[in-house]
Design a protein around this ligand. Structure first.
Ligand SMILES: *Cc1c(COP(=O)(O)O)cnc(C)c1O
Length: 395
């Protein structure tokens, strides 16, 4: 009975579907950004929140779209997604947060409150609770506001002796910024070990530290109790997601400090079924990728831009790979101001105001930094051409 002809007859006769067909036809033709007068950007500046992060992988978009069509019990989905991600990356437990910054808040809250309901309701008023976070002075960073949100005092130390002396009955957590590893006197593995020795939970911020994919597991193996990564950077999940990985009891306490529980510090950091499912699929996909192939493609893009720009006399284009954070082939472009008479900031401005609009980052005092992993096919050529045009005009 339910054959193809029957189906086609239904399609053509159903007033319900007939109403929708022209709607979807119209929707496909809508250019929302153009309607709003918002110009899309060629992003040569990397996965910056201000530039809307990364573009979701097609697999993640598919999962997102799937999730829009059905209601589920959010806690049940959170459990299932968390345990699937945990087993994929090799962690005791995991949760999808509203970005790494949100994971910093939820993880800190977990270390302060545990599963104590009264404490959970009361923070950021931390009276009577462990309310100190130990951090190396050189690891203070703008995102530690997400930790301070919980009502803790940051206790700065520089040496191992200072750290051991600072640890006590008020210490809730020890915080490490992976990006700052080389700046501090206590290195990453030693820091994790000190936490174990002192019986204090350790938390490491690795927000921008995949690639390599192995990092998803590395710091757990090293002994950190909590680890966070951004979901919307190299993994290309939804921009409004992050991962909090680590110890079962702490992840459970982090969950208690967030949605769907209304009276919590994390309630405003909403993560719905779409974000959870799309992030899971982004992690799955990311782990299956041919990372070498991606790397080679980034190298080709760097070379395309370097060749074009490096031909101009007085201009140097140098490939480099940062050791930690946004680890990928990048390009530093500098020039001799006596031969190319334009300030770096003017180049950035002209790139931004041009057509198409291009975003690049300042580097050190005078140079330009180009990140290629957010470029779409064909865009490296355009970026190279535009930078060359601007610099040549200043020769
Ligand atoms: C990007 C970043 C964050 C914030 O991550 P979101 O996922 O945007 O919340 C935190 N810490 C560091 C080191 C970062 O690079």
């Amino acid at each position: 009975m339910f054959n193809r002809r029957w189906f086609l007859t239904l399609l053509s006769s159903s007033p319900f579907l007939a109403n929708f067909r022209p709607l979807f036809g119209r929707l496909n033709n809508r250019d929302y950004f153009a309607e709003l007068g918002v110009r899309p950007i060629i992003n040569a500046a990397g996965t910056s929140t201000a530039l809307s992060g990364s573009l979701m992988r097609p697999e993640a978009i598919h999962a997102w779209e799937y999730a829009t069509r059905k209601f589920v019990n959010l806690d049940q989905l959170h459990d299932a997604v968390g345990s699937r991600i945990a087993s994929l990356v090799g962690s005791e437990a995991a949760l999808v947060s509203a970005g790494a910054a949100s994971a910093l808040t939820l993880g800190t809250a977990a270390c302060i409150t545990g599963s104590n309901e009264e404490f959970i309701k009361r923070i950021p008023d931390t009276s009577g609770m462990r309310d100190e976070v130990i951090i190396q002075k050189s690891h203070r960073f703008s995102y530690d506001h997400a930790v301070r949100n919980c009502g803790v005092r940051m206790v700065e130390v520089e040496t191992v002796d200072e750290l051991v002396a600072a640890a006590g009955s008020r210490t809730a957590m020890m915080l490490f910024l992976n990006l700052a590893d080389e700046k501090g006197q206590i290195q990453v593995a030693e820091f994790a070990g000190l936490g174990k020795r002192l019986g204090i939970p350790t938390f490491i911020d690795c927000a921008a530290d995949v690639t390599p994919a192995d990092n998803l597991n590395k710091f757990i193996r090293m002994g950190f109790d909590l680890v966070t990564f951004s979901g919307g950077k190299a993994m290309r999940g939804p921009q409004s997601t992050g991962l909090l990985l680590g110890r079962q009891d702490l992840i459970a306490a982090a969950r208690l400090n967030g949605l769907p529980h209304a009276n919590t510090i994390g309630r405003g950091m909403k993560v719905n079924k779409e974000e959870m499912l799309a992030m899971l699929v982004a992690v799955e996909t990311y782990l299956q990728l041919d990372h070498e192939k991606d790397w080679k493609e980034w190298e080709r893009q760097v070379e395309t831009i370097a060749k074009r720009v490096g031909k101009i006399s007085g201009v140097q284009a140098e490939r480099f790979v940062p050791p930690i954070a946004n680890r990928s082939p990048q390009l530093h472009i500098g020039w001799d101001r006596s031969r190319v008479g334009i300030h770096r900031d003017q180049v950035i401005e002209q790139l931004r105001d041009g057509d198409p609009a291009i975003e690049a980052r300042p580097w050190e005092k005078a140079e330009l930094e180009i990140l290629v992993w957010t470029l779409q096919p064909g865009e490296a050529k355009i970026v190279g051409r535009r930078i060359a045009e601007i610099l040549k005009a200043a020769v």
